[in-house]
Write a protein that binds this ligand. Structure first.
Ligand SMILES: [Zn+2]
Length: 239
């Protein structure tokens, strides 16, 4: 079996063995030592077994020769190549734009903990990010001191979030509440759901208003300065 160790974008195993099922080096006309090699491989984690495509570059002409012999025989090519890309890509933290610095760093931490497959800790971290985000939006110190459940309801009453978002926010709070106090095993699906909901809430609370404000600002600038105005479309050709 020819193998390569990669991070799996499906089961999130950090460095797991894949079986190489096809590679460009076995083509009739072998590429040069410097060429990027393409291949396909299957995750050997028994719970996963998903396929990915990859791009690798041999580390040296000598590594290239050893790699060709390995690919035509048996063994691992991991120490012989630099991995350039996989498809699908390795998952990275997914953070909405324009978050306040505190909320950004808490959400980044939650994303990194989830990608490290610590799902219980991730749920607690998303809840903390939501807690701090809702505090940022509360006008009064008294509202900041409310429990998260009451603060979410208050934000809806003040029309800062919609009723649907209020319900969603309560879902994060509910899913993440138990792991915060009990040694509960949290399935990956729950953590993914909490991550998705938290991201959507953050987009609505911070990213959308900031994006709208910036677009308005840019439109006002264009109106002020005629030279920067969007040029009118040319008159249609009448010939
Ligand atoms: Zn996998």
């Amino acid at each position: 079996m020819v193998r390569i160790a990669l991070e799996c974008p499906f089961c999130l195993e950090k460095r797991t063995n894949f079986e190489i099922v096809g590679m460009s080096t076995v083509a009739e006309e072998a590429p040069t030592p410097q060429a990027v090699q393409t291949g396909a491989a299957q995750c050997l984690n028994t719970h996963c077994r998903r396929f990915i495509a990859f791009l690798v570059r041999p580390l040296s002409p000598r590594a290239w020769e050893t790699m060709i012999n390995t690919v035509r025989g048996d063994g691992s090519i991991s120490s012989l190549v630099e991995v350039i890309e996989t498809c699908p890509e390795q998952p990275r933290p997914n953070i909405p734009r324009y978050l306040p610095p505190d909320v950004h760093s808490l959400l980044l931490e939650a994303e990194e903990v989830r990608l490290a497959k610590c799902f219980r800790a991730a749920c607690v971290a998303y809840r903390t990010a939501l807690d701090v985000a809702t505090k940022e939006l509360c006008a009064s110190g008294r509202a900041k001191r409310l429990k998260l459940i009451d603060r979410i309801d208050r934000l809806e009453k003040e029309h800062k979030i919609t009723p649907a978002l209020r319900e969603w926010a309560h879902t994060v709070r509910t899913i993440a509440n138990e792991p915060a106090h009990m040694p509960t095993v949290v399935p990956r699906e729950d953590a993914e759901e909490v991550a998705e909901i938290t991201r959507m809430i953050m987009k609505y609370l911070f990213e959308l208003p900031a994006a709208v404000a910036k677009a308005k600002e840019a439109a006002a600038e264009r109106k002020k300065d005629g030279s920067k105005a969007i040029p009118a479309l040319p008159a249609p050709d009448t010939e």
